[in-house]
Design a protein around this ligand. Sequence first.
Ligand SMILES: Cc1cc2nc3c(=O)[nH]c(=O)nc-3n(C[C@H](O)[C@H](O)[C@H](O)COP(=O)(O)OP(=O)(O)OC[C@H]3O[C@@H](n4cnc5c(N)ncnc54)[C@H](O)[C@@H]3O)c2cc1C
Length: 463
Amino acid sequence: MGQPPKYQHAIVIGASIAGLCAARVLSDHYDRVTVYERDTLPAEPAHRGAVPQDRHVHILMARGAHEFETLYPGLLDDMVAAGVAKLESRPDCIHFGAAGHVLGTGHTLDREFTAYVPSRKQLEWQIRRRTAALAGVEILQRDVNAPRFDGEHQTVTGVVLSAPGTNEFVPADLVVDASGRGTRLPAWLDEWGFARPHEQTVDVGIGYSTQQLRIPDGLIAEKVVVAGASRTQQAGLGMLFYEDGTWGLTTFTVNHVAPPQTLDEIYEVADAVLPEPLAAAIRQGEPVGDIAFHRYPVSRWRRYDKLQRFPGGIVPIGDAVASFNPTYGQGMTMTALQAGHLRRLLAAGTRHLAYDLARATAKSTYPVWTMNAIGDLTLHGTEGPAPWWYRPVGALFDQFLGAAENDRVLAEWFLRRFSLLDSLYMVPPASIVGRAIRHNMSLWWAQKRASAPVPGPDPVLGR
Ligand SMILES: Cc1cc2nc3c(=O)[nH]c(=O)nc-3n(C[C@H](O)[C@H](O)[C@H](O)COP(=O)(O)OP(=O)(O)OC[C@H]3O[C@@H](n4cnc5c(N)ncnc54)[C@H](O)[C@@H]3O)c2cc1C
């Protein structure tokens, strides 16, 4: 098999995580790659107006770190050199609560587990500077008005840039839509005579309130603190120790509950979901800047994989395809996986890029999307239609997390799966299910014995 052909020009709409990863992959196959971003791109790690979520805690899953490193060799070492915390088989660096259970991870893990804790602005900046340095790649500050569609050949031929008074057309062999969850691709498809993709949604109704804090040294041993929402507690919290020595503290609410509006209300969430020493340490923190807010109404998966017809010359990637409940911290990792699919398909010289990419993306999205939906609909009280089997699976999952509170093997299994490391499927093997059942049974017996009435003196023997 010879080398796949090299094409001339690819255009990427959007220079956030998805657009940058796509440009990285395309640079191996196209002479020129132009990334158009309408936002101002800072020269240093800094927040961006067009990506308001970057003010809130962004967890980088262990799997995501691995995928980004594959795309950008040396990235993780560079981040560590910039001060990013690296957690190596040291789960005592993580306080992890999920669905009301705190995992018993205060021990050394049996298998290697490495996680990195960059701020979102640090990660994006590191990726951006590496992408911009690639031969043939240009990142330009321009707003894309729309792709241009050639009806005769049923293909996209480039993009039209928004500019006052002009309609500048830039031709390309391929356009990648990495414009995020607000993409207009479904509307463009409609305009060009194609069906819109069916949208799967979960009405999660999430509200975010984030305060950056400077907490005196020595008060918190962990570098990552996570306490998810539960059936009885519709608020949760994520807290990361950043490379500049500050903490990002995000509190969130689910199911359309109003998020905290003041620092006192943020403290109240911390008091409710964290052990006392952690909550007390937060209260000793000095606020840096103002509270940032964000609303995330629905998780959305656009099923491009189900379309019968699709134009040539364009593919969507990243949040433009699937936008996951952000409280589970998976979006960037799932985006990096999509970039991996694009890379493999281009290297294999596929002739049906849009179709093959949509299929590969659906395959990696399905298990993660489904597990999230089960968590939302059965453990967080989100309303919405759910297949009959979600409830029993949710109940089993709750049982499993209960057992993982005191069983390090179960806790490690969960941590690795939650980090999307071993598999994207959260389906435990029989040995792990058996262990969880045995654990919960012995707990149940111990509780039963402890609550049994203490027998009095034997009436016959008198003792
Ligand atoms: C509140 C919140 C918290 C999150 N937390 C996490 C987390 O903990 N962990 C995690 O992994 N993920 C998290 N995510 C998800 C993560 O932010 C995204 O998955 C990630 O940014 C990938 O998105 P993207 O690059 O596809 O799109 P986006 O990040 O939305 O970027 C789209 C880019 O396209 C540009 N653009 C749009 N239209 C045009 C146009 N016409 N012309 C030029 N440029 C254009 C925009 O300016 C923007 O820069 C969170 C998301 C939210 C909302």
